[in-house]
Every structure is written in C-alpha cells, then in structure tokens.
Design a protein around this ligand. Structure first.
Ligand SMILES: [Zn+2]
Ligand SMILES: [Zn+2]
Length: 111
C-alpha cells in the first residue's frame, strides 16, 4: 500500500487521499485565531477545536471527552477546558486569559 501524503505540505502521511495532516490543520486554525473582540462562545469554540486537533497531552488521542468553561477571577476571564481521556489522563488546560469587558457583567455599553 502506498501511503498518502498530506495534500498541503506533502510531507506528513495521512490515512485518506486528499487529507491534510494534523500540523497543517493546526496551522490553518491558528491563522484564524479569534479577534480581540471575539465573544466568549467564539473563543471557546476556537480553542476547543484547536485542542482536539492537538490531542490528549498524554497519548495524543483526539476523541477525548471535554468540558470548556470560563472562570472569573480578579476581573480576568480564564477560559479553561477539562479533558478526560480514555487513556486515564484527566487534566485542565488553560486556553486563554482575557480581561473582562462591560458586557461580561451584564452592563450594556452606552452609545
Ligand atoms: Zn501537512
Ligand atoms: Zn490520552
């Protein structure tokens, strides 16, 4: 069987013809990093997608269970992700720290 190579970098092996390898996928997603004014939901979906591509820090599996959320401390928002992998590893990953904005405490900015 001839191994297929990534359709982008032509270096890494992939399982399906025309697929792009994980490092190219990560590179692609990182080019679309969320803007400064991204919403909490946008940030969470961006980072969870990225972390799933990177895989479990212990075994590299990408089909782990996770839960993402925001912790607020000292006017900072900590975006965190709890990962529970079937290899037995479970850990918390800090995704991003952002300053709180007015809309985060339910106050609408006046025009
Ligand atoms: Zn590639
Ligand atoms: Zn694992």
């Amino acid at each position: 069987m001839i191994p297929f190579t990534c359709s982008k970098c032509h270096k890494e092996k992939v399982k399906i013809h025309g697929q792009i390898c994980v490092s190219c996928q990560i590179e692609k997603i990182e080019k679309h990093s969320p803007p400064k004014d991204a919403s909490n939901e946008e940030l969470i979906s961006y980072y969870t997608e990225q972390r799933v591509l990177i895989g479990c820090r212990e075994c590299g599996a990408r089909d782990f269970a996770y839960e993402a959320g925001i912790k607020i401390e000292n006017f900072l928002k900590y975006f965190v992700m709890f990962i529970q992998c079937k290899c037995g590893e479970s850990y918390m990953d800090l995704l991003e720290v952002r300053e709180m904005r007015l809309q985060d405490v339910g106050i609408e900015e006046s025009e």
